[in-house]
Design a protein around this ligand. Structure first.
Ligand SMILES: [Zn+2]
Length: 137
């Protein structure tokens, strides 16, 4: 699978360091690791604004779609259309739908079908994959 934005591992390390990303961000975004629940800085973060890919800056979620799923990770009921690519993931003996950034392929988390209406979706994201920008209005 190829993505519009391609960088080497060393380049991604440099990008994440420059942005002040969380220590686990590289392993999570580039190697599909998962942060420990209830540790992410955005898990209980309710300011108005938007959430962007920590790697390439693509806007992925608006704050209005964020909800408290009680699962320990930032959760959203809807992604901004076209920004996320879904991949069926059979790891850990489960079948889940992995979500990656459509622009750079960064691992974001998984999407489950037990979210609130009207979408019924729960985008369960790693906080370390996200970069919040406050709304200016
Ligand atoms: Zn990205």
């Amino acid at each position: 699978m190829s993505f519009p934005t391609q960088k080497t591992d060393a380049q991604w390390h440099a990008v994440l360091q420059e942005k002040g990303a969380e220590p686990g961000a590289y392993q999570i975004t580039r190697h599909a690791a998962t942060e420990r629940p209830y540790t992410g800085k955005y898990e209980q973060h309710w300011a108005d604004g938007s959430y962007h890919c920590i790697c390439c800056g693509a806007k992925l979620f608006a704050s209005g779609t964020k909800f408290d799923a009680g699962c320990g990770w930032p959760s959203f009921s809807q992604a901004i259309p076209g920004t996320i690519r879904e991949i069926i993931d059979h790891s850990h003996g489960m079948t889940r739908t992995e979500t990656v950034c459509a622009e750079c392929g960064a691992h974001l988390g998984h999407v489950f079908e037990d979210g609130p209406q009207p979408t019924g979706l729960r985008y369960c994201m790693n906080s370390a994959s996200l970069d919040f920008t406050p709304s200016t209005s």
